[in-house]
Ligand binder design. Structure first.
Ligand code: HEC
Ligand code: HEC
Length: 445
């Protein structure tokens, strides 16, 4: 394209050839965009979240485009299916028809002759066809060899809950990404929609904007200027974007070995026990009670089996330590009966092996378990084998649902699962988030 542009090869009567060429470029970019999602790793997922959001912000067409791409609500299985269909069914057909049309036009109008060109005209067949075939074949061999021998590992499986992931588009879109940074807030559509569309429009209309007579390349100073400027801006923007790219989570993980193990506590404890763990933290019981074999503390080590009394004893004791153990140093614990129950259940489950979880399970997850308990979800659901079977067991929820679905489902279960008997759950956003965090941290069985 650059060559045709430099030579002014788009001029009359070859305007249509040029315009079909511009459409071909857009189709190639569409291949890149749709193909980007298909590896379904974190990079693919978050890249696509960003690009579909940009499309969604387009005036008038935005919400329609989002629906068409199956990405209103969130990027999920529907988006994947649509992108896949576009990538392997629709775009290939589009590109083949366009190439045929393009070649037809090239054959009809010929390639632009250099001004004052004399000498014999070159033949399309077999000379040009042979050259093209060799070029395409060489490209194919290079790609094939790279696919065989260059390792490009997948990232982590797409994780919609990973809010720390910094999405980046592929290198050829990086300049656009960098441009976006100049337009903050309400100006964003200028960078994301207006400028790119204007650029495409300008490309399209090039034959009509530049109507002068055919000149030698060396005399086409404006064209040379435009190409140079475009190349410099593209290069500079891409370079700036690469420089500000933080190392990906995967790269960080590989430099900070060994990776932290996933806290096992979420798997070991029932929701009630995990909620109890929360109260244990909240009431700062560790100020007096060791859980590991450190220096003896004021109170006994609660992780060792020998101190485990039954729950009824503990609850009575928590409410009034002095009455149960005369002269006790411990002050009464101000918690509801249900919460004291949870605390007792947690202490009964506590062993020297799982004591480290008291520190390692994230706070939001623990609070989520407390909300789960308070809402009585266990009356219908099972987690880690504890609970009832009126609803589906919730282990491995993150493997089958995304966050958006779950939140919508809470607001109105029967809208998402027709005929559901689950009552709607209303919670402030922060607590809703914690509940979902907890559910999504549950390992598959
Ligand atoms: C000010 C220090 C202190 C704090 C804080 C404290 N405890 Fe104690 N705890 C003790 C002492 C001392 C004992 C030994 C018996 C006694 O004096 O009552 C004890 C005993 C116990 C026992 C009985 C152990 C046994 O089998 O004899 C349990 C259970 C217990 N604590 C749980 C907790 C929990 C749960 C918390 C947090 C809500 C907590 N304690 C906070 C000092 C403390
Ligand atoms: C009265 C019983 C009942 C209660 C209480 C209940 N659920 Fe449900 N839940 C169900 C049933 C039945 C389903 C299956 C139908 C559906 O998807 O709505 C379900 C579905 C779900 C799902 C979707 C599971 C999946 O794999 O699709 C989630 C998540 C869920 N419940 C979480 C909760 C949470 C968290 C609570 C507590 C705030 C709760 N439920 C309270 C009965 C209940």
């Amino acid at each position: 394209m650059t060559q045709v542009f430099l030579y002014g090869g788009y001029k009359k009567p070859r305007e249509a050839t040029w315009m079909v060429g511009v459409v071909l470029l857009l189709v190639v970019l569409a291949f890149g965009l749709t193909g980007y999602l298909l590896p379904w790793d974190n990079r693919a997922y978050w890249g696509t979240v960003v690009s579909t959001q940009i499309m969604g912000s387009a005036p008038l067409l935005g919400s329609y485009l989002k629906r068409l791409l199956g990405s209103d609500g969130s990027v999920g299985v529907v988006t994947f299916a649509r992108f896949y269909a576009l990538h392997v069914l629709i775009l290939p057909q589009a590109i083949i028809s366009l190439i045929v049309f393009h070649i037809f036009l090239v054959r009809k109008h010929g390639v632009a002759p250099a001004p004052n060109e004399s000498g014999p005209t070159k033949k399309f067949f077999p000379e040009q066809v042979m050259k093209d075939t060799i070029a395409v074949f060489t490209g194919f061999v290079i790609l094939y060899t790279m696919a065989m021998f260059v390792e490009v590992p997948l990232g982590r499986l797409a994780d919609p809950t990973d809010l720390t992931y910094v999405p980046r588009p592929d290198w050829y879109f990086l300049f656009l990404f960098q441009t976006l940074k100049f337009f903050k807030g309400s100006l964003e559509p200028v960078g994301s929609i207006l400028l790119p569309n204007l650029a495409v429009l300008a490309l399209f209309l090039a034959p009509f904007l530049d109507r002068g007579k055919l000149k030698k390349v060396t005399q086409r100073t404006t064209a040379i200027g435009v190409v140079t400027l475009a190349a410099i801006s593209w290069g500079a923007l891409t370079l700036a974007a690469i420089k500000t790219t933080p190392p990906s989570a995967e790269e960080q993980a590989s430099t900070q070995q060994p990776a932290l193990p996933q806290p096992s506590g979420v798997k070991q404890f029932s929701p009630q026990e995990l909620a109890g763990l929360g109260y244990f933290r909240q009431e700062k019981c560790q100020a007096c009670h060791n859980l590991d074999g450190g220096a003896p503390n004021t109170g006994p080590n609660l992780a060792t089996a020998s101190v485990h009394k039954n729950a009824a004893w503990m609850i009575k004791y928590f409410k009034n330590p002095n009455q149960v153990v005369p002269g006790s140093n411990m002050s009464p614990i101000q918690l509801s009966d249900a919460n004291l129950n949870a605390l007792a259940a947690f202490l009964l489950k506590l062993t020297p092996d799982n004591a480290s979880d008291v520190a390692s399970v994230p706070d939001n997850v623990v609070r989520g378990a407390q909300i789960y308990e308070a809402q009585g979800c266990g009356n219908c659901h099972m987690v880690n084998g504890v609970g009832a079977k009126l609803g589906p067991p919730l282990n491995g929820l993150s493997l089958r649902r995304d966050q958006q679905w779950v939140t919508k489902h809470f607001a109105n279960p029967s809208a998402m699962s027709p005929g559901s008997i689950m009552p709607p759950t209303e919670l402030p956003p922060v607590q809703m988030r914690e509940l979902v965090d907890y559910l999504f941290s549950l390992p598959g069985s």
